[in-house]
Design a protein around this ligand. Structure first.
Ligand code: ADP
Ligand code: MG
Length: 242
């Protein structure tokens, strides 16, 4: 589904991704963790073509990045992305947030867009919030709206960049539950998160990044097993966050 092949990226003179390679199979859930500044956000932004790569390539289904400019919005539409800070449109209702890109990017009719929006709102347990504005919702509810908004675009895979790290602790679980459900339904997912409970429950694989490199790329069993088979650096990192 997603193939990352020898990807390197620079911001100006600074190299932030070093020859990164990995694959995410259809239906697989991959958790990406690692210290702050290790390149996790940059990597997921490159997969969504929000950032350009200077070396290597990324294959997503039938698309290859770097892609011609004319394909970029189609690629972004097919790769669902959920950020740390929700990024809902504050001046639109929840329902309008869910309908906007469907109509603008996918050119869906209003009725069709609204039906899907209501369907996904129900899926994330927020049917009664359709007419509210994002500012009237809790952080956890806003993040569930952001997930529903991404799902409205019929994404072939979903990327999450620390979706729970800006939330108050009591709201983390309601968002993780939606993500666990999605994983159970067979959605292909790449999740940057330090929620190791989530990772040990649903991750097929765990990638550990450090200084722009993929240091570990192992199965959940290898990563969390009692005789942990991940690198010493990853084990040191894990011991600090668990
Ligand atoms: P992480 O998500 O793992 O914390 P990031 O991908 O955000 O790491 O950042 C990786 C490196 O790239 C860091 O050194 C960061 O300072 C740098 N960086 C991130 N975004 C930019 C940018 N827009 N311009 C320049 N440097 C950036
Ligand atoms: Mg980040």
């Amino acid at each position: 589904m997603i193939s990352i092949e020898n990807v390197s990226k620079w911001y100006g003179q600074t190299q932030v991704l070093h020859d990164c390679s990995t694959k995410v199979a259809a239906g697989e859930v991959v958790v990406v963790c690692g210290p702050s500044g290790s390149g996790k956000s940059t990597l997921v932004k490159c997969i969504n073509a929000l950032e350009r790569i200077q070396q290597g390539r990324i294959v997503i289904g039938d698309d290859v990045i770097p892609a011609p400019a004319s394909r970029l919005s189609a690629i972004r539409a097919r790769v669902g992305m959920v950020f740390q800070h929700f990024e809902l449109f504050p001046h639109m209702t929840v329902l309008q947030n869910l309908m906007f890109a469907q109509m603008k990017v996918l050119r869906r009719g209003e009725e069709d867009a609204q039906a899907r929006a209501r369907g996904y709102l129900e899926r994330v347990g927020l049917s009664s919030f359709a007419a509210k504005y994002p500012g009237q919702l809790s952080g956890g509810q806003q993040q569930r709206v952001a997930i529903a908004r991404a799902l409205c675009m019929d994404p072939s895979c979903m990327l999450f960049d620390e979706p729970t790290s800006a939330l108050d602790p009591e709201m983390v679980n309601e968002v993780l539950e939606v993500m666990i459900e999605l994983a159970g339904e067979g959605m292909t997912m790449m999740c940057v998160t330090h929620e190791m409970g989530f990772a040990s429950k649903v991750a097929d694989r765990v990638i550990f990044m450090d200084e722009g490199r993929i240091v570990d790329d192992c199965t959940r069993e290898q990563f969390f097993g009692t005789t942990a088979q991940c690198s010493e650096r990853a084990q040191r990192f894990l011991s600090k966050i668990i």
